[in-house]
Design a protein around this ligand. Sequence first.
Ligand code: FAD
Ligand code: ZN
Length: 229
Amino acid sequence: PGKKVLIVYAHQEPKSFNGSLLKIAVEELTKQGCSVTVSDLYAMQFEPRATRNDIVGPLHNSEAFNYGVETWEAYKRGGLSKDLVEEQKKVQEADLLIFQFPLFWFNMPAILKGWMDRVLVQGFAYDLSKAYDGGLLQDKLSLFSFTTGGGQEMYSKESISGDIRYILWPMQHGIMHFCGVKVLEPHICYAPEHASEEKRKEMLTAWTQRLKTLWKEEPIDCSPEWYFK
Ligand code: FAD
Ligand code: ZN
């Protein structure tokens, strides 16, 4: 109780399976006494493109635009665009970040990737000498909750798509761990479109059940071995 959760949600349709997973998380965590904030990226028409519009006022170097340098400088002087500042404030306040999305091309949808690209600015989320365990967003947890089109059998080491953990490497390790955020076990609902109504209900119940004891979970050991061993 009292914990703050930010759910960054990337699905266009509230009636979707992802929409149902979001609804469950909001209801269950609220019931526990957590304060829950949702960034509904499509509904917000969140801008995924990393452009010079993200910087308010004069550029550090207007001769040759460098997005990483410009957003870093803008962050330091309080010159990032309003939508970024708002998202950073939500991240700053959160104890737990949940990302809820359908898998697109072995990755997160572009709108969510754009959120990562634009919100996790140098100086805010990490710094030259402050990355991984030293990242700037320490004492926070993250959880990737996503759905797939392919069945679970497609995502094992021996199968055509390879272990699902390979896909998680850039998201969990390359982004969250890099920024100092601890990572909880991912929550994966395989192939809801091809599942029976009964199986779908089961998957939704499993998410509710997991959320009930979420705060007792230990983060994974987010090292190369977890992904590739
Ligand atoms: P939905 O179609 O919304 O839901 C499935 C069913 O569940 C629907 O019939 C819905 O009505 C029903 N439902 C919703 N709520 C409830 C409820 N409360 N109770 C019971 N039933 C409910 N897949 C891969 O595996 N790998 C990929 O690389 C990949 N790349 C993709 C790239 C793109 C561009 C696209 C568009 C898809 C890709 N996919 C891939 C497939 C994608 O991951 C799946 O289509 C998606 O995860 C399904 O989730 P959904 O929420 O959209 O399902
Ligand atoms: Zn890691």
